[in-house]
Design a protein around this ligand. Sequence first.
Ligand code: S3P
Length: 170
Amino acid sequence: MEKRNVILTGFMGTGKSTVGRRLSSRLDYAFVDTDEMIVSRDGRAIADIFSEDGEAAFRAWEAKVSRELAGSSGLVIATGGGLMLNEHNAHLLSQEADVFCLRASSDEIVARLAGEPDRRPLLNVLNPAGRIQQLLDSRSEAYGRFTQISTSGRSVDQIVEEIVRCISVT
Ligand code: S3P
């Protein structure tokens, strides 16, 4: 039987890459991180793509890797927090896949996102906590389209097991 991909989406700092890596070993699937794909294809850090070419250039990379990954199988794919908010990307990647949206409270996200400006230029502003809240508000409806997995107060293994249970009943 063909292994359907598992896609992880959700806001920055909700643990998509950490959970994705652990889930891929648990399922014996390969692991892919779309931000890492973009950095390795482009050769620059995400912050440099944003500052030198603009956000639109980064979103074009996301569209490109989504096309590349469409039709694949047996992968756990951790997506950058904005990738699945684009309907075209979401359509391409969701076809043969189970999609899960990791959730955390804004306080937890603020605490987890201290640092890492190279990967998260959207938060490289004077008031990152305010920006996080603003982005969470504007994205909440779009994230709400996917199966929700709460990460609050839970270990990586607990989150992985919940996703495995969801996959086995679909
Ligand atoms: C983004 C999230 C980041 C990265 C880029 C834009 C977003 O990935 O793709 O900075 O728009 O939410 P993570 O969600 O892995 O932090």
